[in-house]
Design a protein around this ligand. Structure first.
Ligand code: GDP
Ligand code: MN
Length: 399
């Protein structure tokens, strides 16, 4: 789960991490009032969306010259003007895709004078099982571009969970950032606080870009992005409350209500599969035959007919879906339960696209019989390869 920048800064502030003072605002008057509570003379007005690249982004309604989603202002009135321009308009950045995202919230913070911008992030390195710092002296810009063009400028430093963060990790981070003396001490302390926050709040990823050196010789986190491990959210009700559903895909929210693993993709073949591995394999083979999956969907092991029906409805409600492939390998999941779920859903919402069904395993005969007797217009398939070819053909793909 992701949260907004202003929420991430609140979390970090509570661990003593240096971040600029600021206030969230939902309308232009609130933004002006927020500026009134800050010392000035420079303020920053920041669009709060779950996507980066805001500074270099532009608003659809305003055109490229009007300014992006991170703007400096020199008075409370100017803050109000920027706020009025940004709110309810659509910010397009490299990370939002061409449709952009509507700005519903702003963050108004004290402006910083920047002498240097760094990059610092923490993430779980699944290969080593360590929590790793990723640091670079090339902050503020697109870190993917740095990784691509000058990978030697990005350093990774793992922390063994058995020892936790030690002073030498702090010194290594400082060295990687090219800092000495008091600044190295600041960097070490900051890295330790970030690590503590990361572990205590079950984060998956914490990115500070940029971490800056200010004119008064202080390190400060100017931007903050946090992703939390969703499986650990029950341990952090205060964080779960920060969820902003307007930032998420509506179909994914509906799926999570039914405890389905669902991820929307940009193809046109809807997939309903049991088991994450089989779902991945199904997506691969669709691609192999020249098609493109519209989603990843794992209905899980012990799904009920109601859950299957909910899953099927989520797929059919997607206007991009031009055909559906159901691929079930019955084990704990029974084929007749899947068949019943599909029939229930089709009775309620209809079916206007081709449906290919491949069932195998527990109660397969019963499952096939239920589908045959329903009179549904189903293209049946014998194995996965056959199923993938048939659905790609049905949606007018290359095979
Ligand atoms: P992003 O574009 O979504 O990553 O948003 P950031 O919060 O990283 O802001 C983008 C850029 O705006 C930063 O890299 C800075 O160069 C600039 N910026 C942000 N806050 C300030 C500030 O307080 N003072 C100055 N001078 N520049 C800032
Ligand atoms: Mn940034």
């Amino acid at each position: 789960m992701h949260i907004h920048e202003y929420q991430a800064k609140d979390v970090l502030r509570s661990y003593g991490v240096p971040v600029p003072d600021g206030f969230a605002a939902m309308d232009a008057d609130e933004a002006k009032a927020a500026a009134g509570k800050l010392p000035g003379p420079v303020f920053v007005v920041k669009a709060q969306i779950h996507a980066g690249g805001r500074g270099k982004g532009s608003f659809k309604e305003l055109g490229a010259d009007a300014g992006g989603g991170v703007r400096l202002a020199r008075s409370a009135d100017e803050v109000r003007e920027h706020a009025a321009q940004m709110l309810n308009n659509t910010l397009v950045t490299v990370q939002t895709g061409p449709d952009g995202k509507q700005v519903n919230r702003l963050y108004v913070e004290a402006g910083s004078q920047i002498d240097k911008e760094f990059y610092l992030s923490l993430l779980v390195d699944r290969a080593t099982g360590f929590t790793s710092f990723v640091v670079s002296t090339e902050g503020g810009m697109d870190i993917e571009a740095v990784a691509h063009e000058t990978p030697e400028k990005i350093l990774t430093l793992g922390v063994d969970p058995a020892t936790g963060f030690m002073p030498h990790h702090g010194r290594a981070v400082a060295k990687a950032l090219g800092l000495t003396g008091d600044l190295a001490k600041q960097a070490g302390a900051l890295a330790g606080k970030l690590y503590t926050a990361f572990m205590a709040r079950d984060m998956e990823m914490l990115e500070i870009n940029p971490l800056v050196l200010t004119g008064d010789g202080e390190l400060r986190c100017l931007d903050a992005k946090i992703g939390f491990d969703s499986n650990a959210l029950p341990r952090h009700p205060d964080i779960a409350e920060m969820r902003d559903e307007t930032e998420e895909d509506a179909k994914e929210i509906e799926a999570s209500r039914h405890d389905l693993s669902y991820i929307a993709l940009d193809g046109d073949i809807g997939c309903m599969v049991n088991g994450a591995g089989l779902a991945m394999g199904t997506m691969d083979i669709i691609k192999y035959h020249g098609g493109a999956p519209a989603n990843f969907l794992d209905v899980g092991g012990g799904a009920t007919a109601e859950k299957v029906a909910a899953a099927f409805k989520i797929i059919t409600a997607d206007p991009n879906v031009k055909g559906i492939l159901v691929n079930i390998f019955g084990g704990i999941m029974r084929c007749d339960v899947i068949a019943e779920g599909i029939i229930t859903a089709v009775k309620e919402v209809g079916l206007s696209v081709p449906l290919v069904v491949r069932l195998e395993g527990t109660n397969v005969a019963e499952g096939k019989k239920i589908i045959e007797e329903s009179g549904l217009n189903v293209i049946s398939a014998d194995d996965l390869d056959d199923a993938a070819q048939k659905i790609v053909k049905a949606v007018g793909g290359s095979n």
